[in-house]
Unconditional design. Structure first.
Ligand code: NAD
Length: 350
């Protein structure tokens, strides 16, 4: 199958396959749409089963970034990169340097940053070979805590604000006493757990690695469950914070939560899933709206702004979601469809 015929190609502007023999780097950089500005989006490193899986992931992710930037009111487009390999065992500084050189060939049309498997120090290494990186420094901290450029704290705060808005819409109440199941307690999921704990929610957590789980249990009173159990727990909110396809044909009929609101990109395996959730009365917070905190943070760090503006921008995620929920309730459309139409009206050329 040619890349142009790929079901997720979605009119991408540019897709580059990057190979560096010396370091073993195999990566794909995809720029979906730059009508509003350069394609900003993180770089993910993951042990993909094959290059086809990596291509599907990067195409879906970069398209999502276009929609995310549009809904966050940013003059940015959508792009994303994936590196094929296990970040725990295959990553080297030379490989990150080679990645930086490939990012530089885009001459600013693609700006990279952290995503799953890629840390601030990896982006700093890339940044020695290209100026087109974000998420490496923080001029402004939205909550006053010391910040190193990692966008995860801002993402987690945005998800928290959005989750609160979803709970208010669905239950007419705050988070106190609500039960939330978090799938994936990594950089974002663990910070989300902290916000939710402080707001009085009761937590259930699952992960494939123990580090985040132990902290969630010990510090935030969470109950650890297996990854096979977490999707179907009888809770108020399901928060997917691992990788994509959290809601798919295999698990959708087992989901008992009333609200789905989490950090993961591409939570719905297909548009159909959004419609089924709406029919089941499950309120879905569109992923690229609720998890926009990271690019909002990077945008502010790269421009002249201040901590108050950054925090206010992050908190508008809740207002945007409330508008989507209200419009979906009025029209009977799925929330994902409402969000898509709002985003497209902003970034598509008339
Ligand atoms: P991360 O790699 O730090 O955390 C992901 C966690 O999910 C890890 O702890 C991993 O072990 C776990 N995980 C992986 N597969 C799992 C499975 N099948 N079941 C349970 N747990 C599993 O990544 P992150 O930065 O926290 O990002 C999490 C998600 O949020 C990703 O989808 C990412 O694209 C998205 N996101 C992140 C940011 C950000 O600022 N970091 C911004 C927007 C969106």
């Amino acid at each position: 199958m040619s890349v142009f015929d790929h079901p997720e190609f979605a009119s991408h502007e540019q897709v580059a396959f990057c190979h560096d023999e010396e370091t073993g780097l195999k990566a794909i950089i995809a720029v979906h749409n730059t009508h509003l500005g350069p394609g900003l989006g993180g770089c993910r490193m993951w042990n993909y089963a094959n290059s086809h899986e990596a291509l599907t992931d990067v195409l879906r992710l970069s398209k999502g970034m276009t929609y995310k930037a549009a809904m966050a009111g940013l003059e940015q487009g959508g792009g994303k990169a994936v590196i094929i390999g296990d970040p725990r065992n295959h990553k080297t500084a030379d490989m990150m340097a080679a990645m930086g050189r490939f990012v530089d060939t885009f001459k600013g049309k693609y700006i990279t940053a952290e995503d799953s498997g890629i840390s601030v120090s990896d982006i700093l290494t890339m940044g020695q070979h290209t100026e087109h990186v974000g998420g490496t420094f923080s001029k402004y901290s939205f909550d006053g805590s010391p910040a190193d450029g990692n966008p995860a704290p801002a993402t987690a705060y945005g998800v928290f604000v959005g989750l609160q808005a979803a709970v208010r819409h669905r239950f007419g109440s705050d988070l106190s006493g609500k039960t939330v199941a978090i799938k994936g307690v990594g950089h974002v999921g663990l910070r989300l757990a902290e916000h939710l704990y402080k707001a009085g929610a009761r937590l259930f957590v699952a992960d494939i690695f123990p580090e985040g789980l132990d902290r969630a249990v010990n510090e935030y009173g969470a109950t650890a469950v297996s990854v096979d159990e977490i999707d179907a727990l009888d809770v108020d909110v399901f928060a997917p914070c691992a990788l994509g396809n959290a809601i798919n044909a295999d698990n959708i009929s087992n989901i008992n939560a009333k609200v789905i609101a989490g950090a993961a990109n591409n939570q719905l395996a297909s548009d159909e899933m959004g419609k089924i959730l709406a029919q089941k009365g499950i309120l879905y917070a569109p992923d690229y709206v609720i998890n926009a905190g990271g690019i909002i943070d990077i945008f502010h760090q790269r421009t002249e702004s201040n901590a108050e503006n950054l925090k206010a921008h992050l908190e508008r995620i809740g207002e945007t979601l409330s508008r989507i929920f209200d419009q979906a309730a009025e029209t009977g459309q799925a929330t994902a469809q409402v969000a898509d139409e709002m985003a497209e009206s902003r970034f598509q050329k008339s």
